[in-house]
Ligand binder design. Sequence first.
Ligand SMILES: [Zn+2]
Length: 340
Amino acid sequence: MPLLSWDRVCLPKTLGGFSLLDLRLHNISLLLRWWWRLHHHPDTLWSKTARRLFGKRDSNLPPLAWNKKGSFLWNDMFSLRFYFQLSSISVVGNGLSTMFWYNSWGGTPLVYYNSDSKPVSRPCITVRGATPVWHDLLPAPLTSQQSHLFSVATDFNFTQQPDQVFCKWTTHGKYTASSTYKAFISSGKVLSPMRFLWKLKIPPSIKFFLLLLAHGRLLTQDKLLKRNIFCNQGCVLCAHTGCETASHLFFDCAFSIQLWTAIGFPQAGTLSNTGFELQDRLLALFATANNSARTMTLLATALWSLWLERNNRVFRNQSRRLGAIHQWIVNQATIFMKYS
Ligand SMILES: [Zn+2]
């Protein structure tokens, strides 16, 4: 069973991920180029061929209104139309190539319909971030959205200029696959930035440990219980008999508080009284370093040493005294700064 879900692993480092490539979203971002060529390069061979084969006859309707079924390639292309809708915004001029329900225009319409004819009885999509969410029933705010749309449409001033389509994810409005991929991959993810971890002079194994800790995925006893592995021994570092959690192990534990005090960070213990989430506590702890690389390395090494000590006591029945751990942290941090 993976410790981190794939979408978290693929998050950018700025959002606490590993910046691995999500091939599905990356492929979608690349394929969307074909949609943009249909709009911006209508005279290319691809656009002419697609319009001739799949466009509606005797009409200049935009590609979103073309036939849904066609060749194998076109079916796949058309299945990506939602991503194109999410990524594009139409600036309406004469209104001839903007679809009322399908294009994002005149602000940000939040509701799209599957059908022009019976929108109320058909499923619809609401857009939250860059992720379409399907609803079998109409959402409660539909009435206000619909009246808003109608008021916008009624008061709209058309011009003689042709409609234009811009990409939402770039400042210049032109489509780029990289900007679209970044928008898709980080959509809806609200994680505190942990980018500084990658800059620390520590071995990759410790960086990996810290990221698991920040994501709340370290296999402490409470996490093991969720996986039906019963090992409720309490904390092996102190006399705490409750279920071991990462918050306790690294911040609330009497042993850890003594260690933080020993290495010159007694304030780390007071973070336990703030009621923050674990990730917030970690950020607050590293914030005390004032961007000093040496201090941050020391803090990272201290967190790592607590985890090693816990594992040695659980799996090897070996323990070290506080003074020995303190000395080990100082020595290791110095080595990391020198050689990493
Ligand atoms: Zn403890």
